[in-house]
Design a protein around this ligand. Structure first.
Ligand code: C2E
Ligand code: MG
Ligand code: MG
Length: 492
C-alpha cells in the first residue's frame, strides 16, 4: 500500500491517491494477476492541512498562534546566540478594543482585529514574526538586531500605524496600542519568561499613559523582586520576633545626668546577624508594614521602661515614628489605648521623634497631631533638625518640646564654621522658642565642651555611648559619671 501524487486524466490536475495492490493467485498458487485499487485522498490530505494550519495559525487573522510563536522564539534564541545578534519581543495590546466589540458587535470586532493584524504585518520585515495570542493581544518578534535602538523605529511605526483611523461600517474607529518590549540576550531568559517580561512591560506602558512602548529592564525588575522579597522577610521577622531595640543614652549638659535614652531598632537576622535600620527601614518606607513596626517599637519601649522602673532606673524613652504612622488616622487612638494598658506609666517619660522633613510635609496636619500627642501627656521632638528648611513661621506652629540638631552639623562643628553657625543658630532658636535642644552625633569630649559653652541642653552620640542592648544599658547607667571638665565648667 502506498500513496502518491497522480495527474488526473480529465483536467490535468495533480491529486494525491491511495493505491492498494492485491495479488491474485491461480489454482497452482502462483500469482496470476494484481488488482490495483486507486482512491483519491485529496479530501483527507486537505483536512490534514487544515488541522495542521489550525494547530499553528490563528484562524481569524491568519497570523501564527502561540504554539508557532514559541517555536519561532526558540529559533530566534538559537539564532541570536549563533549570530551574536539581538532580538526584540514586543507584546502589543490595544488600548480601546472593548468598546468596539461592545458597541459594534463581534463581527465588526473580528474584522477590526484582522485589519490590525494586517497593519502590524505591513510594518514588519519578512524576517520578523507577528503572532496573535488571543483577544486583542499580539506579539511581534523583530530579529537580527545589532543594537537595541534599531528596533525602536519599528515599534514607533507600529504605534503610528495602529493609531491611524479605521473606517468600518461607516464608523470611524480610533484606537492606539501599548507595547511592552523585552530584548534578548540582555534579558537572558527562556521563551515563556521573555513573553512574561514583555507582558509586564506592556502593563507599565499602559500605566504610563498608553499609546507608547515600554522597555522591560531586567535590572529594575531584579531590584523590584529583591524589594518584594525583603519586605516579605521583614514581615516574617516581625512575626518571629527578630527585631530588638537598642538604647542610646542622652545626657543633660546642665546636670551631667542621664535624662533618657533613644530606642533604635535593630534586626537580629538569623542569617545575616545584627542589621542596622538603614538597611531595612528605607525599604518599607511606603509600605504598611512600617506602621506595624512602629507600633511594635512603641509597645516594646514602654514595656522596657516599666521593667527599668521596677529596677529603680528612671529614664525616659524616645521613640522614632515614621511619617506614615504619624499621619495614619488611627495613630492617636492607638497611642491612647497603649497608654491605657499601663496606667502607672507617666506619659511624660515617653517622647516621640519625627523627622523635621516629615513634619514639614503637611504642616497643618502634623501640628494638629503634635497637639493631640501632647494632650496625652507625651512629649514631641523634631529629629534631624536643620535638614528640612524649617522657617521660623513653621517652627512657631510645630510646637514640639525638643529639637534634635542633625548630626551632620554637629559632626563637623569643630572644623567647619558654617556648621558651627548652624548649631549655634538652632540652639539660639530653641532658646527663643523655649524648646529643649539635643545635639546628636556627638563623637568626642571636645564636642561636648564646645556644646556646653554654646548652651546646648542635651548630648547624644558615640562620644557618650553607642546604642546598646537593654541589659548593657543598666550596667552603663550605673557606671556613668560626667567628665570632670563638665563639672568644672558647669559647677555641678
Ligand atoms: P536617628 O533617629 O537620627 O538616630 C540617630 C542615629 O545616629 C542612630 O543610627 C544612631 O546609632 C546614630 N548615631 C548616634 N550617635 C552617633 C555618633 O556619634 N556618630 C554617628 N556616626 N552616628 C551616631 P541608627 O540606629 O542606625 O538609626 C538610623 C535612623 O533610623 C534613625 O536616625 C531613625 O531615623 C531611624 N530609626 C531607628 N530606629 C527606628 C525605629 O524604631 N523606628 C523608626 N521609624 N525609625 C527608626
Ligand atoms: Mg531619632
Ligand atoms: Mg536624628
Amino acid at each position: 500500500m502506498a500513496w502518491r501524487d497522480l495527474e488526473s486524466q480529465k483536467d490535468g490536475e495533480i491529486y494525491p491517491e491511495w493505491l492498494n495492490i492485491s495479488a491474485v493467485l491461480d489454482v497452482a498458487g502462483e500469482v496470476s494477476h494484481y488488482i490495483a485499487v486507486f482512491t483519491d485522498i485529496s479530501q483527507i490530505k486537505k483536512h490534514e492541512r487544515e488541522l495542521e494550519y489550525l494547530a499553528y495559525f490563528d484562524p481569524m487573522t491568519g497570523v501564527p498562534n502561540r504554539t508557532l510563536l514559541s517555536d519561532r522564539m526558540r529559533l530566534a534564541i538559537a539564532r541570536s546566540r549563533r549570530e551574536n545578534t539581538l532580538f526584540a519581543l514586543g507584546y502589543l495590546d490595544l488600548d480601546s478594543f472593548k468598546p468596539v466589540n461592545d458597541q459594534l458587535g463581534h463581527a465588526v470586532g473580528d474584522r477590526y482585529l484582522v485589519e490590525i493584524a494586517q497593519r502590524i504585518k505591513s510594518v514588519l520585515r519578512d524576517d520578523d514574526t507577528i503572532a496573535r495570542l488571543g483577544g486583542d493581544e499580539f506579539v511581534v518578534l523583530v530579529q537580527g538586531l545589532q543594537k537595541p535602538e534599531e528596533c525602536y523605529s519599528t515599534f514607533e511605526r507600529l504605534l503610528a500605524k495602529v493609531a491611524e483611523p479605521m473606517e468600518m461600517d461607516r464608523h470611524r474607529l480610533l484606537t492606539t496600542a501599548s507595547i511592552g518590549i523585552t530584548l534578548f540576550p540582555m534579558d537572558d531568559a527562556d521563551a515563556d519568561t521573555l513573553l512574561r517580561h514583555a507582558d509586564h512591560a506592556m502593563y507599565q506602558a499602559k500605566e504610563a499613559g498608553k499609546n507608547r512602548y515600554q522597555i522591560y529592564d531586567p535590572i529594575i525588575e531584579a531590584e523590584a523582586r529583591n524589594h518584594r522579597e525583603l519586605i516579605e522577610r521583614i514581615e516574617r521577622a516581625l512575626k518571629r520576633q527578630e527585631f530588638v531595640l537598642h538604647y542610646q543614652p542622652k545626657v543633660d549638659l546642665h546636670s551631667g545626668q542621664v535624662m533618657g535614652v533613644e530606642a533604635l531598632i535593630r534586626w537580629q537576622d538569623p542569617e545575616r546577624g545584627l542589621m542596622q535600620p538603614g538597611s531595612f527601614l528605607p525599604v518599607i518606607q511606603d509600605h504598611p508594614i512600617s506602621k506595624q513596626i512602629d507600633q511594635w517599637v512603641l509597645g516594646e519601649a514602654i514595656q522596657q521602661m516599666m521593667q527599668w522602673r521596677s529596677l529603680n532606673i528612671d529614664v525616659g524613652i524616645s521613640v522614632n515614628i515614621s511619617g506614615q504612622t504619624l499621619q495614619a488616622s488611627d495613630f492617636i487612638n492607638n497611642l491612647a489605648s497603649l497608654l491605657q494598658k499601663y496606667p502607672t506609666l507617666d506619659p511624660a517619660c515617653l517622647e516621640i521623634e519625627v523627622l523635621e522633613t516629615v513634619a514639614l510635609d503637611d504642616i497643618t496636619y502634623v501640628s494638629e497631631i503634635i497637639a493631640q500627642v501632647q494632650r496625652l501627656g507625651i512629649h514631641f521632638a523634631l529629629d534631624d533638625f536643620g535638614t528640612g528648611y524649617s522657617s521660623l513661621r513653621y517652627l512657631k506652629h510645630l510646637r514640639a518640646e525638643v529639637l534634635k540638631i542633625d548630626q551632620s552639623f554637629v559632626r563637623d562643628m569643630l572644623k567647619d564654621d558654617e556648621d558651627l553657625a548652624i548649631v549655634e543658630g538652632v540652639i539660639g532658636l530653641s532658646r527663643a522658642f523655649n524648646r529643649k535642644v539635643v545635639a546628636e552625633g556627638v563623637e568626642s569630649q571636645a564636642h561636648c565642651l564646645r556644646l556646653i559653652e554654646l548652651g546646648c541642653d542635651l548630648v547624644q552620640g558615640y562620644g557618650i555611648a553607642k546604642p546598646m542592648s537593654a541589659a548593657h544599658l543598666v550596667a552603663w547607667i550605673k557606671k556613668w559619671t560626667p567628665p570632670a571638665e563638665w563639672r568644672r565648667l558647669k559647677g555641678f
